[in-house]
Design a protein around this ligand. Structure first.
Ligand code: DOR
Ligand code: ZN
Length: 376
């Protein structure tokens, strides 16, 4: 065969390779292990809110996860190191007794942020990253970024001080179809930003499309991505199953089955660029079940079990520990957790909600079967 043979390639991206194989076709339920043991996981993307909501939801994240990257989109966004440190102190105060859960704080990037703020963030023991919300993309994103050009001095400082940029990757112009937002952002904003800032480390948060998977796979190690349980377990049909389902509405919105399959393959591939980030985002029932319902899915109470469910679907539970407990810590340059947790094979139903009434919080996967349960 000549060197120019079209089928010959040193590197086949996983997203293409996996289309040619049926990796788990011979497996069956009985091959699932009776227990799984893994290093205690971390959640690399969570919304803990503040005040009474923080008190309500924190125990669920602290129960399963040793650490979590805490998103800064509070009603008054966390734009300074000082306010991030104060928020971290409020979180620590509200931890359940005996919990040594550690919040890893982020700053909310605005167009008026100055490079000196990045210097303060880099020197702070509490701040680990900066979050970019395109203006209008999601909950409390009005103070977000209109265009990336004005960010150059701040991104230069982040590059120099090795502070990762966490990106809600969706184009927000009204002409872009809501299902194309991620892909359009990727081409128009993310690619040029990575070219211009060749040392910047980036987490493409809560990716939802086969295109985003392929992009991360084809990027150097400085580009990583988080994947949520809802994007691994549901496709967009779930939003319309028998009627409009507000509790399945999150942003980026659920995508097609082909995208879910690509995300499942990426999460279970062992590729260290992909790691766990729940995007657990509580909104009370009255705000979800509304003529203009809020985006967000509250998954913290069943998060690790829901990931196990997704990995069990493709008989890849041996890859859960890397995704849930190793890859994120390695990317952030933090030690892996030494403590271990156990998940037992157990058929049980995810709880439907936390509390009742208008303030109830619907729980992801509520009422559905889960095949593993954490001993916590
Ligand atoms: O669905 C979402 N909810 N997506 C986000 O990006 C934000 C989050 C929230 O804060 O409610
Ligand atoms: Zn989020």
């Amino acid at each position: 065969m000549s060197a120019g043979y079209a089928g010959e390639r040193a590197f086949v991206p996983f997203s293409e390779l996996s289309l040619q194989t049926e990796p788990h076709s011979k497996s069956s339920e009985s091959e699932l292990p009776s227990r799984i043991e893994l290093a205690r996981p971390d959640d690399w993307h969570v919304h803990l809110r503040d005040g009474s909501m923080l008190t309500r939801v924190l125990p669920y994240t602290a129960r399963s996860f040793a650490r979590a990257i805490v998103m800064p989109n509070l009603e008054r966004p966390v734009t300074t190191t000082k306010s991030a440190e104060a928020y971290a102190a409020r979180i620590r105060e509200r931890r359940p007794p005996e919990s040594d859960f550690e919040p890893l704080m982020t700053l909310y990037l605005t167009e008026s942020m100055v490079p000196e703020e990045i210097e303060r963030a880099a020197a702070s023991p509490d701040v680990f990253a900066v979050k970019l919300y395109p203006k209008g993309a999601t909950t409390h994103s009005d103070a977000g970024v209109g265009g990336i050009d004005s960010l150059a001095p701040v991104l230069d400082a982040m590059e120099r001080l090795d502070v990762p940029l966490l990106i809600h990757g969706e184009a927000t112009d009204p002409d872009t179809d809501v299902f194309d937002r991620e892909q359009v952002f990727l081409e128009r904003s993310l690619r040029p930003m990575l070219d211009r800032h060749a040392g910047l480390r980036v987490v493409f948060e809560h990716i939802t499309t086969a295109e985003a998977v392929a992009f991360v796979e084809g990027s150097p190690a400085r580009v990583a991505a988080t994947i949520t349980p809802q994007h691994l377990l549901y496709n967009r049909n779930a939003i319309f199953e028998g009627g409009l389902r507000p509790h399945h509405y999150c942003l980026p919105v659920l995508k097609r089955e082909r995208d879910r399959q690509a995300l499942l393959r990426a999460a279970t591939s062992g590729d260290p660029s992909f790691f766990l980030g729940t995007d657990s985002a509580p909104h009370v029932r009255s705000a979800k079940e509304s003529s203009c319902g809020c985006a967000g899915i509250f998954s913290a109470p069943v998060a690790i079990e829901a990931y196990a469910e997704a990995f069990a679907e493709v008989f890849a539970l041996d890859r859960l520990e890397g995704f849930a407990s190793h890859h994120g810590a390695d990317f952030y340059g933090l030690p892996r957790n030494l403590e271990r947790i156990v998940l037992d094979r157990a058929d049980w139903l995810a709880p439907e909600r936390l509390e009742e009434g208008d303030d109830a919080l619907a729980i992801f996967w509520g009422g559905k079967r889960l095949r593993y349960r954490a001993r916590l």
